[in-house]
Design a binder for this molecule. Structure first.
Ligand code: GUN
Ligand code: ZN
Length: 469
């Protein structure tokens, strides 16, 4: 039987890239302040002002979401499912942190029960934060990958994930041989890729943990399954980069490791990219590959400040998504990620006073580092979808896309936001795109998952904040 639902409410979404519009960036967004969205079997079939569509209502179950701003579901481009229990581990940078806190925990995910308990918590945390799609790492055990996909399927979510390839640098019992990785990945691709809303990413963890043979296994998989995604880490931390250079002495830089093995291209995403050179940014751009900016993690592990302004160079634009990178990221909330991305942008804005410019960025690059509400919400929704080559199905409210969205409470009991809203709008809710952007900036600066009132996946409500349920 057809499942038809109509949502009445206030809708805000991005339809264009704000970086390309200069001072006209508001033109990248749309606000339909009293709108009606028609959803049939999970797909958006119409969105327009309520008055112009309400004659269709007899065929739909109506849900009126009052006093909330409805935005597309957030897209987390880089997250680790098996790190949910070890978020906030004290005291070290990447390589020590992996050895001391991460590999021992991820090893436990060979146990299906252990993995299942974590999966329930992981997906509840995602949906409670308003994240409806993620690209996730699992572990080197197929058990964890199966549990991840089954849990996502049971919730109807669009996800990308894959078995982690790692055959060195980690404890022996955590490593997987290239041959086993190839066989298990192939089985998992056949079982889950394009099943319901699941998509498969071939996942070489990072160059330090992958031998030449492991990278060759990834190449073989990509050649046999060209439709699959590739997910990895790149140039996150100076010690890691030094070690990667030693492991792949014939590669001129980190990006060359992926070029050499035929992986850099469309549907390739690398987390971090904090220390990518100008030349590497140029090669990412040409290849259509994406970088995932993970500010919570980059700050938590002291990895550095990502050059968003360089990635957004109009002469060689790189696809960029945002990610929490839980558990190096210390929150599930993409609102918090936007907040930290804004702060990193300002710290990176070294030419603001015209004097210090350690990274030799020009003034335009420097200005492109700075997030506005339009830019931030673009990256967390449509921009993230484009980076992941998913913008044909998610990222905004265009007709034909999948109905994943979040109802944001613009104040949620937080005084700073309530005052902000009062000062910005007489009516309480925004009536112009500019007002909505002003409120959304306040929300990203002062808000978090408390502001997520409801989360909907494929036309179904899957989370409602307890205070409002
Ligand atoms: N590089 C390789 N593995 C990891 C990981 O689990 N987290 C982060 N932040 N970087 C990595
Ligand atoms: Zn990561």
């Amino acid at each position: 039987m057809a499942h038809s639902v109509a949502i009445r409410g206030s809708f805000f979404h991005l339809v264009d890239n704000p970086w390309t519009l200069g001072s006209e960036e508001a033109a990248a967004a749309r606000l339909i302040s009293d709108g009606l969205m028609l959803i049939d079997n999970g797909i958006i079939t119409a969105l327009a002002p309520y008055d112009t569509l309400c004659d269709k209502l007899s065929d739909y179950r109506l849900e009126h979401i009052k006093d909330k701003l409805i935005v597309p579901g957030f897209i987390d481009g880089h997250i680790h499912f098996p790190q949910v229990r070890v978020m906030g581990a004290y005291g070290s940078q990447l390589l020590d942190w992996l050895q001391n806190s991460i590999f021992p925990e991820e090893l436990k995910y060979r146990d299906r029960n252990y993995a299942q308990t974590a999966a329930t918590h992981f997906f509840e945390a995602l949906l409670g934060a308003g994240t409806t799609t993620c690209q996730a790492f699992t572990t080197s055990s197929p058990v964890s990958t199966e549990v991840f996909f089954e849990e996502a399927r049971s919730r109807g979510m669009r996800v990308i994930a894959g078995l982690t390839g790692i055959d060195k640098f980690a404890p022996e019992e955590y490593c997987i041989s290239p041959e086993d990785f190839y066989i298990q990945s192939k089985q998992l691709i056949e079982q889950y890729h394009q099943r319901d809303r699941c998509l498969y990413a071939i996942t070489p963890r990072f160059a330090v943990g992958c031998s030449e043979a492991m990278m060759e296994a990834c190449r073989r998989l990509k050649e046999e399954f060209p439709d699959c995604w590739i997910n990895t880490h790149i140039s996150e931390n100076p010690s890691e980069i030094r070690q990667a250079k030693q492991e792949f002495p014939d590669c001129s830089d980190y990006t060359a490791v992926h070029e050499k093995h035929g992986l850099l291209g469309p549907k390739f995403t690398a987390g971090h990219g904090v220390w990518l050179s100008n030349d590497e940014f140029g090669r990412f751009s040409k290849a259509g590959a994406a970088v995932c900016f993970c500010p919570l993690s980059n700050l938590f592990l002291g990895s550095g400040l990502f050059r968003l302004g360089k990635a957004m160079d109009p002469d060689q634009p790189v696809r960029v998504c945002l990610g929490t990178d839980v558990g190096a990221g210390n929150a599930f909330s993409m609102i918090r990620v936007m907040e930290e991305a804004y702060k990193v942008g300002l710290c990176n804005n070294t030419t603001l006073d015209g004097s210090i410019n350690p990274r030799e960025q020009d003034l335009e690059e420097s200005n492109r580092n700075k997030l506005s509400a339009y830019r931030a919400f673009y990256l967390a929704t449509l921009g993230g979808a484009k980076a992941l080559y998913l913008d044909d199905t998610i990222g905004n409210f265009e007709v034909g896309k999948e109905a994943d969205f979040v109802a944001l409470d613009l104040k949620a009991g937080q005084h700073a936001l309530a005052w902000h809203q009062e000062l910005t709008c007489d009516q309480g809710m925004p009536t112009t795109v500019q007002q909505a952007a002003e409120l959304l900036f306040g929300l990203l600066a002062c808000g978090d998952d408390r502001n997520v009132a409801e989360t909907w996946v494929f036309g179904k409500r899957v989370y409602q904040c307890e205070a409002r349920a």
